[in-house]
Design a protein around this ligand. Structure first.
Ligand SMILES: [Fe+2]
Length: 389
């Protein structure tokens, strides 16, 4: 193979790696929201540009006879190409490693699978929590376990966990302890778990599906219904980076198919309206997310979604925007946001709490939803009823 072809192939590999990596699941959001990871991405792009320059230099512009510049350009271009090939291998291997967990979960399938109490005024009783953040010292394991124990002993029909299960999804055994702990504390409780931005670090769809997809396959968005109650789960990690036309079309077609008098609750990791603070380091506002509000919430309003529940902020909050209620419950063990740093209260906020761990107790009745924010020790903190007719 001539040297020219070799270098063109090496350039193609490096450019393809950068494009593939950046378009990978959760990476664009990471670049936007976290300065330290944004810097890593810039290093990768700079390395790719240098590799292209060194490769071109060694083929076209260096003198015919060996010179220090030519040797240096060859060595650097080869080294960088090897680094990019290694990068593809490492990211793929880490994202696909699925060490076996002993725990067996009763994962709810999509479709008409929501357990309900058919002959009772209370149609369905659901527990919801988000952001447990397994595998990091700053999380509170004791309270996370207590939350799961109380949920298991309270007779719920199902439990939904809204993401940031692991601190970093790509580490090889990221989900072994979460699966074992879910199984140990929840027993046979029907469960569904969606991904958060931390789970999506990075390219972890397959891996997450292996542990939490009911058939071992990842579903980015899906519906679980039962007895006129419809739970729609969206794939929104950091913001609208994953808000594809396909996901929007799916949401609209699902909402159009649901009779207006039936109850609809939407779940996602990322919140829409929410109080919070400005991350001065990254230069981003971690509150009322403009893209989420502009692109997604008009659909909730149009189709009279009754309640939208999210995590992402490590706090508890209840908000209302016209006909749609919003709840944030990122309190399943991850380090709570510091209320003293909260510089912005959303105009849609009706109640919020910082420094708490807990879950939401959602009761679905024929004509209303009862939403109770529960402290980890089983104490109710805030109760609101939402008429659904
Ligand atoms: Fe989180």
């Amino acid at each position: 193979m001539s040297k020219r072809i070799f270098w063109f192939i090496s350039i193609a590999i490096s450019v393809a790696f950068v494009v593939w990596f950046y378009l990978g699941d959760g990476v664009a959001g990471l670049a936007k929201w976290e300065i330290k990871y944004r810097m890593y991405l810039i290093y990768i792009i700079v390395a790719c540009v240098l590799q292209v320059l060194f490769a071109l230099l060694s083929v076209f512009w260096a003198k015919k006879e060996p010179s220090f510049l030519k040797i240096f350009a060859n060595v650097m271009a080869t080294l960088l190409c090897v680094v990019f090939i290694g990068g593809i291998a490492v990211v793929n291997i880490l994202g696909s490693l699925t060490p076996e967990a002993d725990g067996k979960l009763n994962l709810l399938h999509s479709g008409e699978t929501l357990p309900t109490k058919k002959n009772s005024a209370l149609i369905s009783h659901i527990a919801i929590a988000s952001d447990p953040h397994w595998n990091v010292d700053t999380a509170n394991e004791e309270r996370r376990n207590e939350i799961m124990d109380r949920i298991a002993s309270s007779g719920y029909d199902a439990f939904f966990c809204l993401g940031d299960v692991a601190e970093i999804g790509a580490i090889p055994d990221a989900y072994v302890k979460p699966v074992n702990d879910f199984a140990k504390h929840l027993g046979n409780m029907p469960l569904r778990v969606i991904r958060g931005n931390h789970d999506a670090l990075v390219n972890t769809r397959k891996k997450f599906g292996y542990y939490f997809g009911p058939e071992g396959k990842y579903e980015p968005y899906f519906r679980i219904s039962g007895n006129g109650i419809h739970c729609l789960f969206l794939n929104l990690l950091w913001g609208t980076e994953d808000w594809t036309a396909a996901q929007e079309d799916w949401l609209v077609s699902e909402l159009e198919a649901i009779p207006q008098n039936e109850t609809v609750v939407v779940f996602s990791h990322c919140f829409y309206f929410g109080s919070g603070s400005r991350n001065e380091e990254s230069g981003v506002n971690w509150y009322d997310i403009p893209d989420m509000i502009e692109k997604v919430t008009p659909i909730f309003k149009k189709y009279n979604v009754d309640l939208v529940v999210s995590g992402h902020n490590h706090s508890m909050e209840f908000l209302k925007d016209e006909n749609v209620s919003y709840a944030i419950i990122g309190a399943m063990g991850g380090k709570p946001d510091d209320g003293n740093l909260t510089s912005y209260i959303s105009p849609k906020s009706l109640w919020n709490a910082y420094g708490e761990h807990g879950w939401i107790d959602l009761q679905v009745y024929e004509d209303k939803l009862s939403v109770i924010f529960m402290r980890y020790n089983g104490e109710p903190i805030y109760h609101v009823e939402i008429p659904t007719k």
